[in-house]
Design a protein around this ligand. Sequence first.
Ligand code: AHR
Length: 349
Amino acid sequence: MKEYRKFRKINQAEKKEKRHLALAFLVCAAMLFTGGCTSENVPEETEDDTAKLTVVGFSEVGAESDWRVANTESMKATFTEANGYELLFDDAKQKQENQIAAIRNFILQEVDYIVVAPVVEDGWEGVLQEAKDADIPVIVVDRMVKADEDLFAAWVGSDFYEEGQKATAWLENYLKEQGRVHERIDILHVQGTEGSSAQIGRTKSLMEAVESHGSWRLLGSVQGEFTQAKTYEVVRDALDKGSIPDVIYCENDNSMLGALQALDEKKISHGVDGRVIVISFDASKPGLEECKAGRINLDVECNPDHGPRVEAIIEQIEAGKTPEKYCYVEETCFRPEELTQEFIDSRKY
Ligand code: AHR
């Protein structure tokens, strides 16, 4: 692999050389019309810096949430020329077929590494095999892929199931504190993108908790797709049907913002002093602001700052080491009483 990489870099240098020659030819051609071509007109040969850059192709899910935007920023801020990288960024607009096309394109361009934040878990074996055949290491970030472990070098992201468990454990405790253990608790579940790890893990925790608490009842699961606009619509429609939930379990902050919009429109109180308990995930700045204001009860952290983590994996591979296959990020959760403006402002995302 190391040898191959050395070869690829020499190859990149050759390609750059060809680009220089082509540029010189174009300058000369232009000079023919304006007064001749001398050696002074040809751009000076400088040390080929870009040949030394490590080329990273990154296929991002899209821009569906504040979390996602922060994740993109983290990757862009890490994989800069100043840090020794050339980043080829592709926004898949929430479509797996776009991600597969982007990965094929990265393979054609002979990038050094492919990084993918997969929209869903299934359907990756084929294209990952193509990357492996081209001897390009793939690093999976954020959500997982259901594929043979030999097809990717490493994964880094959150334990979405554990995040869900933090949320349901908090709810159990909160209801106990309020003396509502035996009361029937109706839960409206706002699901994220179906088939994504974040949805699968957070949903699994909720379903298990509903199953194990005799008094908890699932009013319904609606598809919020991790976006504010879609969640606003589906929660508004659910509220229109009549029953007001005791709890809304939103699978990310942007969904939560959509749910609050629908509740506010119907003048249904929520949060610390309200009628509806609201739980959210991400702990992005907008989410924490709502939490600090007491408009939601809990925000479970999901950390998007993966750029430096992916870089650490690349550095290990470059050093000839084998990175850990799975790397889980440590996360916490936030309640209104713990939050200060200073803390929120100090966070990156
Ligand atoms: O996969 C991470 C999830 O995807 C985040 O919770 C959500 O905000 C994003 O869209």
